[in-house]
Ligand binder design. Structure first.
Ligand SMILES: [Ca+2]
Ligand SMILES: [Ca+2]
Ligand SMILES: [Ca+2]
Ligand SMILES: [Ca+2]
Length: 297
């Protein structure tokens, strides 16, 4: 009672004897003849409420999709990087779709369709992408120039699942894996560079259905402290993370499909993304739009 009285008493005014019995206060407010006092008393309270409501509605506007976490099995045997998914671990792993249109019009399954599987061992995350793309196109030979306008599998990885901004830092990586097996992303110097040692990859055509391509990738998982000025495996470079069961990482996949245009025709992702100002292409800047994977035994 005393705490409440002190808190809500207006000094230097007469007859403003407000008492409140509890913090569930307004049903028990008692005072004499001053509506002004009431306004003075409650307006900060409602201002706080309206600020909180505004914050809440901003937060609601920018709330991302919540995705079901993808569990990734540990491979019992090592995976041979040959673009042939003949390993029994691959055969037991589950497919996940690449079917969310981020850029471009709707397309036929022959133009593009894709799905992927994941496995892990202590030293690497393994990815198998099965891609159907009617025209394979590598317009710009330089791997660090306009690589997003060539046919590319894009692997988004956030080692500690922190989410957040990552365009010019390594809070997360957005690896663009090109047909020539070069891997590009922006550096901390805001320049495109290759990260070829981070991902080994081999792709082949399915011998029965040659429209179908298998990309097998082995990905070293580097933390956000990766130093662009050093080689990936330099002695003073940060080491790739040793993976263990229970580890959670942010992950998303996408395919840049160009069949001969100046710019890519479609960009198709694995996870739905909420548009901000009409733009769903947010993965290269924000790890908030990624899904999450969990490594299990
Ligand atoms: Ca293989
Ligand atoms: Ca295509
Ligand atoms: Ca991170
Ligand atoms: Ca294409």
């Amino acid at each position: 009672m005393e705490w409440c009285s002190n808190r809500y008493r207006i000094p230097n005014k007469q007859n403003h004897d407000l008492t409140t019995a509890s913090l569930g206060m307004f049903n028990r407010v008692k005072f004499n003849h001053s509506a002004v006092a009431l306004a003075l008393i409650i307006s900060p309270f409602f201002s706080t409420l309206s600020v909180a409501a505004a914050e809440l509605s901003t937060e609601t506007l920018h709330q991302e999709h919540s995705h079901q976490i993808i569990e990734v099995n540990r491979a019992n045997s090592d995976i041979t990087l040959d673009g042939i998914p003949s390993e029994s671990d691959w055969q037991q792993a589950k497919w996940h779709p690449i079917d969310q249109m981020i850029i471009g019009p709707a397309i036929s399954a022959d133009d593009f369709s894709g799905q992927y599987k994941l496995l892990w061992r202590e030293d690497k995350l393994f990815l198998l992408a099965e891609i159907i793309d009617d025209v394979l196109f590598d317009q710009t030979a330089d791997p660090t120039v306009l690589y997003w306008d060539d046919d590319t599998v894009e692997v988004f990885l956030d080692e500690d699942a922190s989410g957040g901004e990552h365009q010019f830092n390594h809070n997360a990586f957005a690896y663009h894996v090109a047909l020539d097996r070069q891997v590009a992303d922006f550096s901390t110097l805001k320049q495109a560079m290759t990260f070829n040692e981070h991902i080994e990859t081999v792709w082949t055509r399915d011998p029965i259905n040659p429209k179908k391509i298998y990309w097998e990738m082995a990905i070293h998982i580097f933390p956000d402290s990766y130093d662009d000025s050093l080689d990936a495996f330099a002695h003073n470079q940060v080491s790739p993370i040793t993976l263990t069961a229970g580890k959670v990482m942010g992950l998303m996949l996408a395919y840049c499909d160009n069949d001969g245009s100046k710019q890519r025709e479609n960009f198709i992702g694995s996870h739905p993304i909420k548009a901000v100002d009409g733009d769903m292409n947010r993965g290269y800047k924000s790890a908030d739009v990624f899904g999450k994977i969990k490594l299990i035994k």
